[in-house]
Design a protein around this ligand. Sequence first.
Ligand code: ZN
Length: 261
Amino acid sequence: MVAGRLGELVDPLLLDGDPVGGAELLPLGGGDVVEAGEDTHGWKDRRVTVPSRDQVHRAPKVLLHDHLDGGLRPQTIVDIAGQVGHELPAGDAESLGRWFAEAADSGSLVRYLETFDHTVAVMQTVEALTRVARECVEDLAADGVVYAEVRYAPEQHVSDGLTLDQVVAAVQAGFDAGTEAAGGRIVVRQLLTAMRHQARSREIAELAVAWRDRGVAGFDIAGAEAGYPPTALTPWGNGLRSRPTPARWCGTSRPSTTRSR
Ligand SMILES: [Zn+2]
């Protein structure tokens, strides 16, 4: 909460509220905005400076939760699907991009999850994983991200015969190439995820430890929460110094106390 008194400039990037999401707070080019009336913090009229969209875009950003299989370029999916013979719901990048956007905004969990069937299907070879990872870094760097932790479940990328270790190595090769292409302006780390419905959490945790000095920043769990409490996912028991950080969990519901924005 950094709302300033009338006439006092405030750090636009630390504004209370959501200046990025509110179009009415983003006059063309940004600038000062006087908000009249008393707000919830007791300020009477207040004058705040909001950033322009361009300023937000250029500001260095840190991204602590992103999904490698959730941000592929439509053209990449089309290219790889053609190579591996995977059938897509649309034949060209533009209509495929529309299909993904509609499925993601449909309000249907089933339709939303169907998008991952296609992204994961085209991420089953070293070449594909490396390309997707490289493009991920390039896209993040283009958005002004300077540090990112990108999660995915290695066990979902072994259906064509890769080992878990090969999967992590392929992703790291892509991250390295993307970082180099971005001139080192970004640092990207892997978060290795264990799927709740599988029984490989110990294996994935050990994989994360094995790669911790080579690009892996952490381990977490994901997937359906009903019937798969985190306590059932800790077969390594005494070997783990502390429980996984709840904020890292990703699923269909989270305890309100751990929900992060
Ligand atoms: Zn998530």
